[in-house]
Design a protein. Structure first.
Length: 101
């Protein structure tokens, strides 16, 4: 929805504003879409529920990649480098099983 100044107004409901915590993203794709499943892994719990699924066109997936990269650079400029725990033998936080949706 755009106002008279041609600015987009985005509505954020209280429920959505709370956010969803995720510590694993599973990314798959087809020729026409990328599917990102956000999962919450909990220690000692055998099942990890998908908390949210986002479906994007390839173009929007690439735009998201660039936007995240830009924001990580801004974050690190302000707060310092983000440390990665490469010694973690657990499942990686981002996976692409088979690459097909």
């Amino acid at each position: 929805m755009k106002n008279e100044n041609n600015e987009m107004q985005i509505e954020l409901t209280p429920e959505i504003a709370e956010g969803i915590y995720s510590n694993l993203a599973i990314i798959s794709h087809s020729s026409s879409e990328f599917v990102v499943d956000f999962v919450r892994l909990m220690p000692g719990v055998p099942k990890a529920p998908v908390k949210s699924r986002i479906i994007l066109t390839p173009e929007h997936a690439k735009r998201l990649m660039f936007a995240i990269e830009e924001n990580i650079l801004k974050y690190e400029k302000q707060f310092g480098p983000i440390r990665m725990n490469d010694n973690n033998n657990n499942m990686p936080p981002f996976m692409a099983p088979g690459g097909e949706a």
